[in-house]
Design a protein around this ligand. Structure first.
Ligand code: NAD
Length: 464
């Protein structure tokens, strides 16, 4: 296959190329074009050039373009899903769901508006509070949900009247480039541009004088770099960063009901989800039943190449992450008890089966750091009060959950957790209309909903 960058409405070849690895085999299956610094500048210039026209395009027309993109995603879902599985590793059924969610976000955004607020205040001023687009918005995308993350940002930015630059992760660029090919003619030239890199254009994007905002999703460490690079031009930033979500399970839960839900929330996408359950705190009275239920599900799960239809979990997405997880696992072997999984095959591909490590505690890296993979530490506790304090001692604050048979009791605990989202008797439940963002060092700003849309705007007040 030939893949192209999308710059100023043209599909163009890269300056170099980069092999793209199928994580199920560990081998390159295709190549992506890599953009040069000059091509990045061309893409930003094209987006700047297209801005005035797009910002002046009636909102109804912008919505029609977003609907056309949603339809094109749906029409091309099968080949896009297969490509996504090949480069990302996730099972095909989940890749198809990612495409469905992507189209859903584009459609949802067409239900939003940015009405001007006009009123006369008590002193007789005639005021108009308007939401104006910013200009060129760069979106920087991670490798865990390469297409869905585009949909978390791009339709909101476009509806608000901005033009867009998309930069995928170097390990999952192909589905994004294919998406670019599919939508190239559905928006005016320069409104959407796609460049790729080998982790070498991030600083140039974040510091670029032609870019007004960066909407970044990725690790907290890279988020700090984006913020530092953006300082010179005082760019607007939305940073959706790492998490180390705790699920706190009280001993009055219905074990049968919560075990499958906890399992899904910890291991979906092989644990490579920003708001996966990454630390599981279980009260003593339920500990044995919860851990044995989870272990049963982990042992029964089928791990393999995501292209095989009956696979539950694919490989870890890239070698670097695989090596990091192996280190964490080897360290944890001496700290806790492996209750399920833990065996790594010798075969090709970056496979780690769903692994549950019981009897863990704070102070171990598997608990304190974001593992971002299919290895779940379980920590026993006696007193819910004490566990609130213990689990909150982290710089992360993306999500958290409380699980109890008594909804009021769960709610009282949930109200005291510092996180962007606190779920009760569920975890990682997202929807396009619910604002989503991180507390503490898990992020700045929010995405989704009206709250997310206004982050792609600048207030202009006309006071007469
Ligand atoms: P990463 O930070 O390594 O990379 C993310 C993106 O940043 C990639 O496109 C990468 O090429 C780019 N990048 C690299 N160096 C850069 C620089 N100096 N300046 C600007 N961009 C640069 O993250 P990842 O490993 O791809 O993704 C996993 C991380 O993302 C995890 O920490 C996960 O929790 C987080 N994440 C957060 C959310 C959220 O919404 N909060 C969602 C998904 C993933």
């Amino acid at each position: 296959m030939t893949y192209s960058l999308l710059i100023g409405g043209n599909l163009v070849a890269g300056a170099r190329s980069l092999p793209v690895i199928n994580p199920a085999t560990g081998e390159a299956f295709d190549h992506a074009p890599l953009a040069s610094r000059a091509q990045l500048d061309h893409a930003v210039a094209a987006a700047e050039h297209a801005f005035a026209g797009w910002a002046a395009t009636p909102v109804a027309e912008r919505k029609a373009r977003l609907t056309a993109i949603a339809e094109a995603i749906t029409a091309n879902a099968a080949p896009l899903a297969e490509l996504l599985t090949r480069e990302q590793g996730k099972p095909l059924a989940q890749a198809r769901r990612e495409l469905g969610a992507m189209a859903g976000f584009f459609r949802y955004v067409t239900t939003l508006d940015l009405p001007e607020k006009r009123y006369t205040d008590a002193d007789g001023r005639d005021l108009s509070v308007q939401r104006r687009p910013l200009g060129v918005v760069a979106t920087i995308i991670p490798w865990n949900f390469p297409l869905m993350t585009i949909a978390f940002k791009v339709p909101f930015a476009l509806l608000a009247g901005n033009t867009v630059l998309i930069k995928p992760s170097p390990t999952t660029p192909l589905s994004t480039l294919k998406f670019g090919e599919i939508i190239a003619d559905l928006v005016p030239p320069g409104v959407v541009n796609i460049v790729t890199d080998d982790n070498d254009l991030g600083d140039a994007i974040s510091s670029h004088p032609g870019i007004r905002k960066v909407s970044f999703t990725g690790s907290t460490a890279t988020g700090r770099k984006v913020m530092a690079s953006a300082a010179g031009t005082l760019k607007r930033l939305t940073l959706e960063l790492g998490g180390n979500d705790a699920a706190i399970v009280l001993d009055d839960v219905d074990v049968e009901a919560v075990v499958p839900a906890l399992f899904r929330a910890a291991f979906l996408n092989s644990g490579q989800v920003c708001l996966a359950v990454k630390r599981l705190y279980v009260q003593e009275g339920a500990y044995d039943r919860i851990t044995s239920g989870l272990a049963r599900l982990a042992e029964a799960a089928k791990v393999g190449d995501g292209l095989e239809e009956d696979v539950d979990f694919g490989p870890v997405q890239n070698r670097m992450q695989f090596e990091k997880l192996k280190d964490l696992l080897n360290e944890a072997r001496g700290q806790g008890t492996i209750l399920a999984g833990g065996r790594l095959g010798n075969g090709p591909g970056y496979f780690i089966p769903p692994t549950i490590v019981g009897d863990m505690r704070e102070g171990c890296r598997l608990v304190d750091e974001e593992q971002f993979g299919p290895i779940l530490p379980v920590i026993r506790f006696a007193d819910p009060e004490e566990v609130l304090a213990r689990s909150g001692q982290t710089d992360f604050g993306l999500g958290a959950s409380v699980w109890s048979g008594d909804a009021a009791r769960a709610r009282t605990l949930a109200e005291r957790i510092e996180a962007g989202t606190v779920w009760i008797n569920k975890h990682a439940d997202l929807a396009p209309h619910i604002p989503f963002g991180g507390a503490k060092q898990s992020g700045i700003g929010v995405e989704f909903g009206e709250e997310g849309l206004v982050e792609f705007t600048q207030i202009r007040v006309i006071s007469a």
